[in-house]
Design a protein around this ligand. Structure first.
Ligand code: BG6
Ligand code: MG
Length: 212
């Protein structure tokens, strides 16, 4: 086998919470009159922290905001986002993702999450994967978000593996850059499947079975 472990991004890889992020940011854009905020902007928000994601919306805002106002805006968005997450259930984990994860584990691979999100534990709980992964590295244990490799390096450490022995799976360009910077092989899915720097380009999550 080529790898000993796999580090998965969460939003847009394991589940479709990328769509909820987009809906919540869109609601904020509407609230503050940031006309023109669109899907291309949302793709740039993938992988980066909540406050950095906010800056992408504010590029289209008609005025500037103080730091305290920015915190209020980010909190407002997060509350909206969490109300969408609260409706999630194990039905939001697709059979394809679940059976692929099980098959990868059965091959002896260690499996971890490497997500910039502070909501990662809540999401994993909602979709029934609260205790599933061998390690979870997320927005709660990092100081720098992607494209910095910190979140993936910590995931590899938690698994007791070297980055060179792990594959990173990402839907974000910033996540592919982070994986490369940390010395990982990378696989792109969704928008990142079209990124020329991605080591493997996945059409579908189950393609991973042919990669490892
Ligand atoms: C990443 C998303 O997974 O988490 C980003 O791709 C988001 O768009 C980041 O900004 C932080 O998420 P949260 O849930 O902590 O606001
Ligand atoms: Mg993602």
């Amino acid at each position: 086998m080529r790898y000993k472990g796999i580090v998965f991004d969460l939003d847009g890889v394991i589940c479709s919470t990328d769509e909820y992020h987009y809906q919540a940011w869109q609601a904020l854009a509407d609230r503050i009159g940031a006309a023109g905020f669109c899907l291309a902007d949302n793709v740039r928000q993938r992988g980066v922290s909540r406050m950095e994601s906010l800056e992408v919306v504010l590029e289209k805002a008609p005025r500037t905001y103080t730091e305290a106002e920015k915190v209020e805006l980010a909190t407002w968005k997060n509350e909206k986002y969490r109300s969408l997450l609260a409706n999630m259930s194990p039905a939001d984990l697709t059979d394809e993702v679940k059976s692929t994860l099980d098959a990868l584990r059965a091959k002896g691979l260690k499996l971890a999450i490497g997500s910039s999100s502070k909501n990662a534990p809540f999401i994993l709980e909602r979709i029934g994967l609260g205790d599933y992964f061998d390690a979870v590295s997320d927005g709660n244990n990092i100081t720098r978000s992607k494209p910095d490799p910190q979140v993936f390096c910590m995931a590899a450490q938690f698994l007791d593996l070297e980055p060179a022995d792990c594959l990173v799976v990402e839907d974000a360009f910033s996540g592919i850059d982070a994986g490369i910077a940390g010395g990982f092989d990378t696989a792109g899915i969704g928008p990142a499947a079209g990124y020329e720097k991605a080591g493997y380009r996945l059409t579908s999550f189950s393609d991973l079975l042919g990669v490892v």
